[in-house]
Design a protein around this ligand. Sequence first.
Ligand SMILES: [Zn+2]
Length: 286
Amino acid sequence: MLVTGDDLLKVANQHSFAIPAFNISDWAMNRGIFEIGEELQSPLLIAIHPDELAHLGDELVLAIRERAHRSSVPVAIHFDHGATIDQMLWAIQSGFTSVMLDGSMLPFDENVDLTRRAVEAAHAVGLSVEGELGTIGKTDSEAEDGADEIIYTKPEEAVKFVEATGVDSLAIAIGTSHGIYPSWMKPELKLDLLRDIKAAVSVPLVLHGGSNNPDAEIGQAAKMGINKINISSDIKVAYHVKMREVLADGSVREPNTIQPPAVEAMKAEAAHKIRLFGSDGKASLY
Ligand SMILES: [Zn+2]
């Protein structure tokens, strides 16, 4: 069934697990994510970033809605990293059922102002908004935006931000970055900071840049109150590593020959994340 982001995350918050938000960039990936979510009976967020939406064409959102209506698990279609109110309204008009407005690179007061206006507009049509406070890093040129340096979310600012904006869920910076970490960089989550933020605010918490962090830390974060984890790089790496392998055979031509093995490799990675986040079998809670 097709649901809103709020419907999904409330239950995850009550039951202390995290729902994966998988960024998809083509229809084959989208099908694969639906299949693995259904196989493992996991609620799903299909995440699409503005750059991905420009690549896909917004007509495809209607097809994803159709697929979600027929799904055996609850699915929300999430607009990832909206930058402006106009962009967010475009997403809502296109059929998304969950939106993010990311003002995290702005000064605190401007972030509050932008997010509050986004919340007013989205609530008017029954949708919820994810905001972001603190800045996560960015580790490579292919990654979504992020700062060169992580600015950790402060619990007291998180309280102020949620109160002032009425935001429905909050992405926080506790040590992740967008992209794949270079070999010299050892990512580490501040789980004590997560504990403090969770104790201070009641809205569901979100982790971006969750690809490529140690499994044990990510699994622990999901148990400690992270309710949505964005996964983009890890599934795309799995997809394209396998695709390169298939393409090494210069005689292959048909997408229906080339894509299925790549989709299977992506599904295996997605299944690992679903289990790590404790989201498998949770569709029955809805
Ligand atoms: Zn992100």
